[in-house]
Design a protein around this ligand. Structure first.
Ligand SMILES: Cc1cc2ncn([C@H]3O[C@H](COP(=O)(O)O)[C@@H](O)[C@H]3O)c2cc1C
Ligand SMILES: O=C(O)c1cccnc1
Length: 337
């Protein structure tokens, strides 16, 4: 594939010029939904999801048969500050586990009938410690955005992105704090399960990062300064999905922090995405609220790897199955009240 964009400025230009929802398709879907054999609104959020999905796909198509799950992996310089309960080597070890089919998301992707891809991004080249300097150069950010863009299968009809990267809840907290304000403690959580002392240190690291890099540019510049390659990979894939009119399900705190960077760069950049679940990571509820997204599931997950969003694929499939397969009142000869 040819290079989709040569600079961050070119990527910003693409974001500003993305397709919107097909209003006619959404109106047709709403009208069809109103004729199905059920009391009005009795399928709750499933009805809204089906209309939203058809609006993004356009035309008459109303089934999900080719969902894609992509897990991006990257390493973080800030891991050396002791902000995670696990060592940085676990990122690469888990990549091998994903490749061997042994991680949670492998099982959930199979359960959802989704194809799964793992994309390790320069694992032997961690980002810089953002308390000292920007995490990524513009060149490195562009390379990771490009890897994300190119990982999307143009034939997919639903995209889920997730991540693996020891210390990336620190990065996500710093991004959320820098872009949405508030205190570092509002956004910093236990991640893989740090104890009280490590949580206090982690909060201080987030505070230092935000003091150094906050208020300096848009969402993409914040992604460069406080993010990581796997967050950029997710952002690039979400943007590519938008250009292909492929709807997206967002995962937990880290995925949503990457998505926030797009939304803060271009207001409507996430209109093609729904929130898959509410993570128990501190800050996720607040982050979703700021992004205007209501999660589909709340199961107490705090794993990442696209697990929560992958679990939500069957919910969206169910919404479309009802929308496409149910009889109308006229077809079934049922009185419509
Ligand atoms: C075995 C293992 C599997 C994982 N799968 C996802 N994560 C999750 O934990 C990490 C973030 O937490 P923190 O910021 O505390 O390091 C990310 O890699 C995330 O995807 C995992 C973590 C571990 C240890
Ligand atoms: O919400 C998440 O995605 C999350 C939370 C904790 C650790 N890893 C991921």
């Amino acid at each position: 594939m040819t290079q989709p964009f040569a600079s961050l400025t070119a990527f910003r230009g693409l974001l500003a010029d993305m397709p919107g929802m097909d209003r006619q398709a959404a109106d047709d879907a709403a009208s069809h939904n109103g004729q199905l054999t059920k009391p009005p609104a009795s399928l709750g959020r499933l009805e809204e999801l089906a209309i939203w999905y058809r609006g993004w796909r356009g035309g008459q198509r109303a089934e999900i048969t080719a969902p894609q799950v992509i897990v991006f992996a990257g390493n973080h310089g800030v891991a050396s500050r002791g902000v995670s309960a696990f060592p940085a080597e676990v990122t690469g070890q888990m990549v091998m586990n994903f490749q061997a089919g042994g991680a949670a998301v492998n099982q959930l992707a199979r359960n959802a009938g989704a194809a799964m891809t793992v994309v390790p991004l320069d694992l032997d080249r961690p980002t810089a410690d953002f308390t000292q300097e920007p995490a990524l150069s513009e060149e490195d950010l562009c390379a990771a955005l490009t890897a994300g863009w190119q990982a999307v299968d143009a034939a997919a009809d639903l995209l889920v992105v997730g991540e693996m990267g020891i210390a990336n809840t620190t990065s996500a907290a710093a991004i959320a704090c820098a872009l949405l304000g508030g205190d570092a403690a509002d956004w910093t959580g236990r991640g893989t399960g740090v104890d009280d002392a490590a949580l206090a240190l982690k909060t201080e690291v987030v505070r230092e990062g935000v003091a150094r890099h906050g208020g300096q540019g848009d969402g993409l510049e914040t992604l460069r300064r406080l993010g990581g390659r796997e967050l950029a990979g997710m952002a690039g894939a979400m943007a590519r999905a938008r250009s292909l009119r492929i709807p997206v399900i967002l995962d937990g705190f880290i995925c949503c922090a990457a998505a926030l960077c797009l939304q803060k760069t271009e207001g409507g950049a996430l209109d093609h995405a729904v929130a898959g679940h509410l993570s128990t990571e501190n800050g996720h509820a607040r982050l979703l609220e700021a992004m205007g997204k209501t999660p589909l599931l709340q199961l107490g997950l705090r794993l990442g790897e696209a697990s929560g969003a992958t679990l939500a694929i069957p919910v969206l499939k169910g919404a479309l199955a009802c929308h496409a397969g149910m009889a109308t009142f006229a077809q079934a000869g049922v009185s419509d009240g």
